[in-house]
Write a new protein. Structure first.
Lengths: 80, 386
């Protein structure tokens, strides 16, 4: 039911609907919960529904966080 | 150029770097550490990638109640089966639910306490259809204006939010929702109070938390001293989450950590939360194998009752729960709480397989027993007795 992999937007139908690619397949995706979707964006999709968009900035932060873990810094991304 | 590269999260150098750090932290801690995840996708991906094989002996990762199919109360399955037998009703369900046994014994079956599933209901003439999302159920309703289409809405907040958004836009009058909708945070509130609970850390579900945010889990470190990290699903993500909690344990500073910032905002998706709570209210729900947990499920608010299967089919839905939550001998209750390994169940790989499941944890791709059957314990050992 849930998949951990991101889907890539290949076409926008309207404000709330787009077409995403996963592997070699295409699927319809509802985007009413995520703003400003463009072709090429990566989405987290659950049961046909985009739950989040992965921005380039957040992706960079994520990799920096992983590298800081491996580099041994003890101050990761902490929320409380 | 892409700034997001999915392949990086399987990068062998990053995996090796994280595994080495995990080994170092585990040695520094010097005692057994138990980490529980509460997401079926974590279990599935952990098995598929053999991640347990990268962990030191004193670090154990256990599956908690993170599979919505496995915790779905058998009464809902019995209700879905009953509705599927009504003339003029099309029952639309996620494919993962079709083979899950409910509470009603399957007649003519000699293998033990075998229960009816939606597949058996279909074999008895019910119009049961597998769908990928609630939008497929809408399409079926448009194509069949003379029929009642019931969407069997099984899932956690990530799935329920789709139904909320749909109903806010307006849905066909022929569509109704059977609300087997569960909410993760109250289950994590209950777990530490269970007898014998000895979990040191939680790997929080990255996508459920993408909806709710992670602050809702603050009670875990604050009240129970449990280390917490929200993690994604790729090998690098899961190992990063494991390292994050080990670092907290080594430092004696349990807290909430976001090891999945490319998806997870700390306050979650506020727009999604707002839609969710405009359509649904939190109610007590029975989790299969656990019992009733207060405010742990979503039912439609009264103003959306016209789409509630509960209301529309009043009098037709079975209301009494059958004796015995799980088929006799099935240990899903213990497996769901991380108290038993699938391979400790006598039925595992013998009477219970993915092709012919006996208990609910063997059905869904997110079920712990199924993941162990397909991938072994995830540490390179395959414990299937075929
Ligand atoms: S193997 Fe798992 S699903 Fe099957 S009967 Fe045993 S505990 Fe239940």
């Amino acid at each position: 039911m849930c998949l951990g992999i991101p889907y890539r937007v290949v076409a926008i139908h309207d404000e709330e609907n787009c077409l995403v690619q996963v592997g070699s397949g295409l699927r319809h995706c509802f985007t009413g919960l995520v703003e400003g979707i463009r072709v090429g964006d990566w989405l987290v999709v659950h049961a046909g529904f985009a739950v989040e968009k992965i921005s380039g900035d957040d992706a960079r932060k994520n990799i920096e966080l992983i590298q800081s873990y491996i580099g041994g810094e003890e101050d990761g991304h902490v929320s409380s | 150029m892409d700034t997001f590269r999915p392949d990086l999260y399987r990068d062998p150098d990053l995996v090796a770097g994280l595994a080495a750090k995990i080994a170092g932290k585990a040695a520094q801690i010097g005692r057994k550490v138990k980490i529980m995840h509460i997401c079926g996708t974590h279990e599935h991906e952990m098995g598929r990638h053999g991640l347990r094989g990268l962990l030191p002996e004193n670090v154990e990762v256990l599956a908690g109640p993170g599979c919505p199919v496995c915790v779905c109360d058998q009464l809902y399955i019995d209700q879905a089966i009953a509705l599927s037998q009504e003339p003029g009703v099309i029952l639309a369900s996620f494919g993962d639910m079709l083979a899950v046994p409910g509470g009603v014994p399957l007649e003519g079956e000699r293998r033990g306490d075998v229960r009816m599933s939606l597949l058996d209901a279909r074999a008895r003439g019910g119009d049961v259809r597998a769908v990928y999302s609630v939008f497929d159920a809408v399409r079926i309703a448009h194509e069949n204006p003379d029929k009642e289409v019931v969407f069997f809405s099984v899932g956690f907040e990530t799935t329920v939010v789709a139904v909320a958004a749909l109903l806010l836009r307006g849905a066909p009058a022929e569509l109704s929702i059977l609300e087997a909708n569960y909410y993760t945070p109250p289950a994590t509130r209950l777990l530490p109070s269970l007898p014998g609970f000895d979990i040191d850390a939680f790997l929080l579900p990255g996508h459920a938390a993408a909806v709710t945010g992670i602050r809702i889990y603050e009670h875990l470190p604050r009240e129970h001293g449990i280390a917490c990290a929200a993690a994604g699903f790729e090998p690098v993500d899961q190992l990063a989450g494991i390292l994050a909690v080990l670092r907290q344990i080594a430092a004696g500073e349990p807290r909430l950590e976001n090891a999945y910032p490319r998806v997870l905002a700390e306050d979650g998706n506020v727009k999604a939360q707002e839609k969710l709570f405009r359509v649904f209210e939190l109610v007590p729900k029975r989790w299969r194998g656990i019992g009733v947990i207060p405010e742990s499920g979503f039912d439609l608010l009264p103003e959306f009752d016209r789409w509630s299967a509960r209301e529309r089919f009043k009098g037709l839905l079975p209301e009494a729960r059958r004796e015995g939550e799980h088929p006799r001998g099935c240990r899903c209750a213990a497996v769901t709480l991380g108290q038993s390994k699938p391979s400790e169940c006598p039925a595992f790989g013998a009477m219970c397989t993915p092709d012919d499941p006996y208990g609910p944890c063997m059905v869904s791709g997110e079920g712990t027993c199924r993941a162990w059957y397909l991938y072994g314990a995830g540490d390179g050992s395959l414990e299937v007795r075929a």
